[in-house]
Design a protein around this ligand. Structure first.
Ligand SMILES: [Zn+2]
Ligand SMILES: [Zn+2]
Length: 176
């Protein structure tokens, strides 16, 4: 009686799994048949090291840097514009060149955006100086106040580019 060794009786039986070769390290690994075509790597480590993934990650990082650079240069362009200088002067004049927190007058004054500048750019999808000029909220002098540098630093938005989400979280914390 010729009894062929099948399944678990056969030493090369792998529990229904198929041997595959890792496309990164060339090591062998087992997969169930349904993954025969899609499984390319023996481990997460090899998956992370695979060239396609590395390239995707590189592009993602490059895009983040590009976007950051674009935002910074738009920020500078607007802040150096004639309209911005006019906005700032209007705030100073209205506040009689006096810090609205400590009352110091005429020294190291800055115009603070109550609703942060970066947030306004984001919620109004402003991506150019031209677009910024038609945004009333951005140039509303009621959104500005005169602060001295010392008081400005204590506002928590000084020198920081808060995202809209961070700003909203901050506001939620304050009103709680
Ligand atoms: Zn591998
Ligand atoms: Zn002050």
């Amino acid at each position: 009686m010729g009894c062929r060794l099948v399944r678990e009786n056969n030493p090369s039986w792998r529990g229904g799994q198929i041997v595959k070769k890792c496309t990164v390290c060339a090591g062998r690994f087992l997969v169930y048949p349904y993954r025969e075509k899609t499984a390319l790597f023996c481990s997460m480590l090899c998956n992370n090291r695979n060239p396609v993934r590395i390239e995707k990650r590189r592009i993602k990082i490059r895009d983040i840097h590009k976007e950051r650079g674009r935002k910074t240069s738009l920020d500078k362009t607007i802040r150096h514009s004639f309209e911005y200088k006019q906005w700032r002067t209007s705030i100073f004049e209205r506040d009689n060149y006096t810090c609205q927190i400590c009352g110091i007058r005429g020294r190291d004054l800055q115009a603070d955006h109550i609703k942060p500048f970066a947030v306004l750019l984001q919620i109004h999808s402003i991506d150019s100086l031209v677009k910024s000029l038609s945004c009333n909220e951005l140039w509303n002098i009621n959104n500005g106040r005169t602060l001295c540098v010392q008081c400005h630093k204590k506002t928590g938005t000084y020198g920081r580019k808060l995202t809209t989400k961070q700003y909203e979280n901050k506001r939620a914390n304050i009103s709680r």
